[in-house]
Design a protein around this ligand. Structure first.
Ligand code: SER
Length: 317
């Protein structure tokens, strides 16, 4: 990876990924794009609507990109609110991105998700290759996306790569409209209000990962020796699996008065119930050395510390 165009660069993953890529490959080698505009002097930035394939091609071409990291997409809960829009954005954007990558011969990354699994998927130690019959629009998009990336590899020889991300937790950019967002919100509310009302029911296990591990996984997979990749797209990766009362108990260790109650949101609960409890990351470990540094305990210490600093700073400003 030398010259990388990133779509969805202001999103939950994109905003931190761009910073990491700029630190790794040099500021001028990363073109950040998003449908929203920001005033930034941090590095090259362009406004891009990913449903505009022609503009995407021009931008990647003019920048001299050799790699595309396509992050622009709607998350699960938002996609359920507007399924047609989600299809058009998630699939239209991905098709455009793959076509631009094919035309310009770019190495290509796009994320899939635990959302690519459904109620008939084995819930525990979910295998890399297994039943995928998701019941959400987001999941339908993700499975179709995985297949499209495989197709572009086998049909055109495009160097496509991808992972199935679990819920991602970060103190920097809040997620927007996902089902796993509770595991981020809980830290904010713990610091701001000392209590949290969970929209996910007690006992609902989902896979999660701290953002630094997710960013490192993208870089490691993109740098991996192609000949070692048996799977190319949609590697299962997870760092931890927990349910709401376990993350609450972990926070309580540092904030003994922290209190959690439940007010379950049926839409997001149904989505969570259709996803695995814990996926098996063995293929990623064996084929490109995936390794997560953070478990629930270590992540909680870091989240509370960093978020505390950030929120205090916000108040002072
Ligand atoms: N974090 C995502 C969501 O909840 C899952 O990929 O939608």
């Amino acid at each position: 990876m030398k010259k990388i165009i990133v779509t969805g660069a202001l999103g939950q993953i994109g905003s931190e990924l761009v910073e990491k890529l700029r630190n790794t490959y040099g500021v001028d080698n990363i073109l950040a794009t998003d449908i929203r505009k920001i005033e930034s002097d941090q590095g090259p930035f362009e406004v891009l609507d990913v449903t505009d394939g022609k503009r995407m091609h021009e931008m990647a071409h003019d920048f001299g990109a050799d790699t595309m990291i396509h992050m622009a997409a709607l998350l699960s809960a938002t996609a359920e609110k507007n399924p047609v829009f989600a299809w058009n954005l998630n699939m239209g954007g991905l098709m455009n991105a793959l076509e631009v990558a094919r035309e310009l011969n770019l190495q290509f990354f796009t994320p899939s998700s635990i959302g690519a699994f459904g109620p008939s998927t084995p819930k525990d130690n979910t295998p890399q290759d297994t039943l995928q019959r998701p019941t959400t629009m987001y999941g339908v998009n993700k499975v179709a996306g995985e297949l499209l990336c495989d197709y572009y590899y086998t049909r055109f020889g495009l160097d496509t790569r991808g992972v199935r991300f679990p819920g991602l937790i970060s103190y920097a950019t809040p997620p927007g409209g996902g089902t796993t967002d509770y595991a981020v919100d809980i830290y904010y509310k713990a610091i701001e209000e000392g209590r949290y009302t969970s929209y996910i029911a007690e006992g609902t296990y989902m896979d999660m990962m701290y953002m630094p591990d997710a960013l490192q996984a993208i870089v490691d997979l993109m740098e991996a020796d192609s000949s070692k990749l048996i799977h190319r797209n949609a590697f299962n990766i997870s760092a931890m699996s927990f349910e709401p009362s376990q993350i609450a108990a972990e926070i309580k260790k540092h904030m003994p008065t922290f209190d959690m109650s439940y007010e379950v949101d049926p839409v997001r609960q149904a989505i969570a119930d259709s996803w695995p409890n814990a996926i098996d990351s063995t293929a990623a470990v064996n084929e490109w050395g995936f390794k997560a540094q953070y478990n629930l305990e270590k992540m909680t210490i870091d989240m509370l510390e960093k978020l505390q600093l950030r929120l205090e700073k916000k108040i002072i400003i």
